[in-house]
Design a protein around this ligand. Structure first.
Ligand SMILES: Cc1cc2nc3c(=O)[nH]c(=O)nc-3n(C[C@H](O)[C@H](O)[C@H](O)COP(=O)(O)OP(=O)(O)OC[C@H]3O[C@@H](n4cnc5c(N)ncnc54)[C@H](O)[C@@H]3O)c2cc1C
Length: 394
């Protein structure tokens, strides 16, 4: 089944379009049951959203959204205890999360805490002395309103991504770069994918093309899901040599939506911007960089003298903000793995397992069902217009 048909054709059991974290996680799980080929249009898998994230693991993501909480919780065990041969680096490094608001906005923190209680996340207010100990640079205007969530963490995104890709290669799989899929056709129960480096054939195709998932669907003559890529900016701020930020917490302002955390002796800061964009190689804009610096100066005693570097990436959403995982109803063998927004790294292990289980068994893994996720919450069918029921007239 997997032999090459001619020198320009390769076959596999599963072809994955896109070598970011989503395609890599699905490929990791699928390579346990068949041959996987990942086709990536750039010369580096991970070039787009995956290498541009803030690398945060947070169970309270999106104000404690219950569905996203399930996906994060279902990923936690893998991230904390990956298989022995997966990586030699810890995938998670603890970093407590401080939620802050300025004076006069405490009701926002109280509302957040109520939402966190609903999904069993422990958080508590801390006093000035503890604030000073944890984050000596926090501005006075914020020190009365600090809610601490203890079990957030940094994710080693590169170790996770490379762990997945290495496992695929070690199990007869291939990661082929500079291989943009430009055409897909279904012929005799097989998908035929055309790229500049040859033709690839498999019964099942996984569309994990990030901001480009609709473009890929159009190549296959399949109705798109109206993905909305939203650009977000990150700046890296150089600190005075006298400061040692490594143990400072992650700080999120739930009034304005910006957040910052230490990263390699600097501060990683995002103004929390969200600008609708076409799918492209996203670049930061001056105005968003300036907002980042402004918010950091406002929330802390720091003066931003030097921005070491900055970047932007796309967070890709469908209209309800939840991922799209499952087979397309229009065409056999076309599987969507899309819409991971700002949570695609921390949920990658669960999304990979869900993808493989739906492809292999047609149902969700038992443990994830047990956490309360249902297939219709992530299925593409929820995005399709409902056909009105036929009404009889008397
Ligand atoms: C600023 C920012 C901060 C973030 N912070 C976090 C965070 O703290 N925690 C978290 O969990 N998530 C975070 N995210 C979200 C996370 O980065 C994304 O959800 C995740 O990377 C999406 O992975 P992906 O594989 O779907 O997309 P991508 O990494 O974009 O991969 C898709 C790949 O498909 C390829 N491709 C497209 N078209 C084709 C084609 N026709 N043929 C072949 N290949 C194709 C692209 O080149 C690309 O490499 C953040 C995102 C941004 C932008």
């Amino acid at each position: 089944m997997n032999k090459s048909v001619n020198s320009n054709q390769k076959t596999a059991d599963f072809i994955i379009i896109g070598g970011g974290i989503a395609g890599a996680a699905a490929g990791y799980e699928l390579s346990k049951i068949g041959k996987v080929i990942i086709l990536e249009k750039e010369n580096l898998p991970g070039y787009h959203s995956t290498s541009r994230s803030s690398a945060i693991f947070q169970k309270s993501y999106h104000h404690g959204d219950p569905l996203l909480n399930i996906l994060v919780c279902a990923s936690e065990d893998f991230l904390m205890n990956p298989p022995d041969d997966f990586t030699s680096y810890p995938l998670l490094s603890p970093r407590p999360l401080m939620y802050i608001v300025p004076n006069g906005k405490r009701s926002k923190l109280e509302a957040l805490q109520k939402d966190l209680i609903k999904i069993n996340i422990d958080s508590h207010y801390i006093d000035h002395a503890e604030v000073k100990k944890l984050l000596p640079i926090l501005d006075q205007n914020y020190q009365d309103n600090v809610l601490l969530e203890q079990d957030a963490a940094d994710i080693d995104v590169n170790a996770l991504h490379q762990g997945y890709l290495n496992h695929i290669k070690a199990h007869d799989g291939e990661i082929i770069t500079n291989a943009e899929v430009m055409d897909l056709k279904r012929l005799r129960n097989q998908w035929h994918l055309k790229t500049k480096v040859g033709e690839f054939i498999a019964p099942i195709v996984v569309n994990a093309a990030g901001a480009w998932v609709d473009e890929v669907a159009r190549h296959a003559n399949i109705t798109p899901i109206n993905i909305e890529p939203l650009r977000r900016t990150v700046i890296m701020v150089t600190l005075p040599k006298t400061l040692c930020p490594d143990h400072w917490p992650l700080v999120m302002d739930i009034d304005k939506g910006y957040y910052f955390k230490p990263d390699s002796g600097k501060i990683l800061m995002t103004p929390g911007d969200s600008h609708l964009s076409p799918p492209l190689d996203a670049q930061p804009e001056e105005i968003d960089i300036a907002y980042g610096a402004h918010y950091l100066e406002n929330a802390t005693t720091l003066t931003v003298d030097k921005i070491n570097h900055s970047w932007a990436g796309l967070r890709n959403y469908v209209k309800d903000g939840y991922p799209v995982v499952g087979f397309d109803p229009e065409q056999d063998g076309f599987f969507w793995l899309a819409g991971q927004g700002g949570f695609g790294i921390k949920t990658a292990p669960a999304m990979g397992r869900i993808s493989a289980a739906l492809i292999k068994d047609g149902k969700l893994p038992q443990d994830i069902l047990g956490l309360g996720l249902t297939e219709d919450q992530i299925s593409i069918n929820r995005l399709k217009p409902k056909v009105p029921a036929y009404k009889t007239t008397s």
